[in-house]
Every structure is written in C-alpha cells, then in structure tokens.
Design a protein around this ligand. Structure first.
Ligand code: G6P
Length: 355
C-alpha cells in the first residue's frame, strides 16, 4: 500500500498532485487549437440537443452544476438535477439529452435517474471515468474523463477532469470557435501545477483547526466550487461546513457567522459577479469573521481578506478548476492536522450502489 502512495502520506494528496497529468490525459488528442474545434472520438458525431438535463450525486453533482452553466452560456438550455430527485423534475422535452455525470459509473441513484430518462424517451450520455462501467453500457453515448483510478474516497482529481471534460463536451456541442476557451484549457494543467507548487493552504488551514464551522461562498461558476469546497471539508475533516451562493448568505446563514467561523470566498475576474461577492465579504468582515479569499487578484477582495490563496488570471471556466485546487488543499491539510482517516472517511463509500 505504501508504494502505491508514491511517498505521499495519503492517496488523496497523491491524487491532488496527479491532477496536471490527469488533465493532460483528458485533453490529449481532443483539442484542435488552430482549427478552434474539439474532437471527441467516442462520439461518432456530437449529439446536438435542444436542451440538456444533467443528473448526478455528490461531487459529480457539483460538476453537473458547472456543466449546466457552460451549456447555458453556449445558448443551450441546461439544468442540473440531483439524481435522487430526478423523478420529480419536468420531463425532458423534444430533442433533450440527459447526461449522467458519475466518476465510478456505478452510483445507483444516477443509474436509476438515467433509466427514468430513457423511459421518458430521452437520449442519454454518460460522462464517466470507468471504461466498461454500468453507465457506459446503458447510455446511448459516453465520454470518458480519463483521470485514471482514484483510490481516495473523497473525489479530487476526477472532479477536475470532469470539469475539463465538460468544457470539451460543451465546446464540441456548440461547434467550436472559442479560441480563448481552448487556449485556457491547454494551459490548465501547468496552471494547476503552479497552484499546487505555490499553495500556502497548509499554513492557512493550521490557523483554523478550532473553528466552529466553515462557510464557502461563490457566484456563477464559482458557486459549484463553493459547494464542492464545503463537501470536501465535511467528508474528510468531520467538521461542519456549508457552501452557499454568495448572495444567499444574507438570507439566513449570516446568523451563524462569528469570529470563529472562517468564510472562504472565491472571487475571480473583475466583473459584476466578483464585485458582488466582495460586497458579501464586507458583510462577514463587519461581523469579525476571518476571511480567506481565493482569487486571481482582479477584484479588490484582498483588501477585506485575512488570507489570500491566489490563482493565476485565466478564463472564468478554468479559474473555477484552479480555485478548487486551493480548496482541496485546504480541506486536505485541515484533515491531516486533525489526524483524520483521509482516504477512508467514516461512514462513506467510494461508490454507493444502493438508492
Ligand atoms: C459517493 C462518494 C462521493 C461521490 C459520489 C458520486 O458518495 O463518496 O465522493 O461524489 O458517490 O459518485 P460517482 O461515482 O457517481 O461520481
């Protein structure tokens, strides 16, 4: 087992460090930057849906929320559903495609939602890591994320690869032409490496081991990242953490904010979303909550932050992936300091095959 960890204390840390390689594998041979197009060999031709419904659980649901925003931005109506709640959703219309996002390809809730979608006459597509998995056999189409095996129960590199594969899928469906987006994807592996190499998340984590709880906030594509940051922290540290859309903080959670609840705020870019997130950060700062900003330095969030976990300036879609790397490291180092069973958290399973 020790050799399997290649010198790292845990599989999770090894897998966090494997992300640049996993991302390169995900992108290899699929991007024609000169032509501005994406080729997904698994698809004879990309399905051209009029609408997309994503179904997924856990970390994969956060990837699905991100994916839905990419399709919306490309002008294709899209929504993400928790697989276990899919039966209550409006049925897919016309030429809709239902996409199951599942690392293992074996999650019972996700398989059941996809079967429901098939029963309603929809075409289905699996976005998965495991060749030959149940989902890959049952869906009409499949896209592999090519992350390689993940041992840690809490997903890390597979989430990053899901986000990259969702970018490819959205670009292929929208029929290319987005040079900026493709260029940002090309640079993503080396930028992830730079974030890992320079991260001070271990030092920041060490300061908040006695926190009463942790709040993660973000908007737009950084909203699913906030949810994922909180889930990761809960899973491996057993500490209470919640992720919110930054705008929702004032509609309730703010009542819980004290000087002993760090708020981890993700703000990238210099647009309206970042500006409003900074506004929310001012509200928590006024209540003496410690603020940890994950930022590319384009907004003035740093002025209100106790700590900054920086990421390089990039496209908003890839910024979300980079921000998540800082949150993975923050969760990992908090759990390591607390001496938790990081690779096998209590009560959790890598793949849940019951509904
Ligand atoms: C379990 C794992 C989570 C994972 C979820 C969905 O609950 O502990 O880490 O996100 O299943 O798994 P999937 O294989 O469908 O992505």
């Amino acid at each position: 087992e020790e050799t399997g960890k290649s010198g790292y204390d845990h599989y999770m840390l090894k897998e966090i460090h494997e992300q640049p390689r996993a991302l390169r594998k995900c992108l290899r041979g699929r991007v024609d930057e000169l032509g501005g197009t994406v080729e997904l060999d698994e698809l004879d031709e990309p399905p051209r849906p009029t609408a997309v419904q994503f179904v997924a659980c856990g970390t994969s649901y956060h990837a699905a929320l991100y994916g839905a925003q990419l399709f919306q931005d490309a002008g294709i109506p899209a929504q993400a559903f928790l697989a276990s709640e899919y039966v209550t959703s409006p049925p897919p219309t016309g030429d809709a495609l239902v996409v199951g996002v599942t690392q293992s390809g074996e999650t019972a809730d996700t398989l059941s939602a996809l079967r429901e979608a098939k029963g309603r006459g929809a075409r289905t597509l699996a976005l998965t890591n495991v060749v030959g998995s149940t989902v890959s056999r049952e869906c009409d189409h499949v896209i592999y994320i090519r992350a390689g095996p993940e041992i840690g129960v809490a997903a890390s590199k597979t989430f990053a690869s899901q986000l990259a594969a969702l970018n490819l899928f959205a670009l292929a469906t929208a029929n290319g032409g987005d040079r900026d987006g493709l260029g940002a994807l090309r640079d993503l592996p080396s930028e992830v490496q730079a974030v890992i190499d320079d991260s001070t998340a271990a030092d920041v984590a060490a300061e908040y081991l006695d926190a009463d709880g942790y709040f993660f906030i973000g908007r737009g594509l950084n909203y699913p990242v906030a949810l994922e940051g909180a889930l990761k922290l809960k899973e491996i540290t057993y500490r209470h953490a919640e992720g919110f859309a930054a705008g929702e903080l004032k509609h309730g959670p703010l009542a819980l904010v004290t000087e002993n609840t760090p708020v981890i705020a993700i703000a990238t870019g210099d647009g309206e979303l970042a500006r409003k997130t900074v506004g929310n950060v001012k509200e928590v700062e006024a209540r003496n909550a410690p603020v940890i900003a994950v930022t590319d330095g384009q907004s003035d969030i740093e002025r209100y932050a106790d700590h900054v976990l920086p990421i390089p300036e990039t496209h908003p879609r890839t910024a979300a992936v980079l921000a998540n790397v800082q949150l993975q490291l923050f969760a990992y180092h908090t759990a390591a300091r607390l001496g938790r069973s990081i690779d096998k958290p209590r009560n959790l399973a890598k793949s849940v095959t019951v509904e």
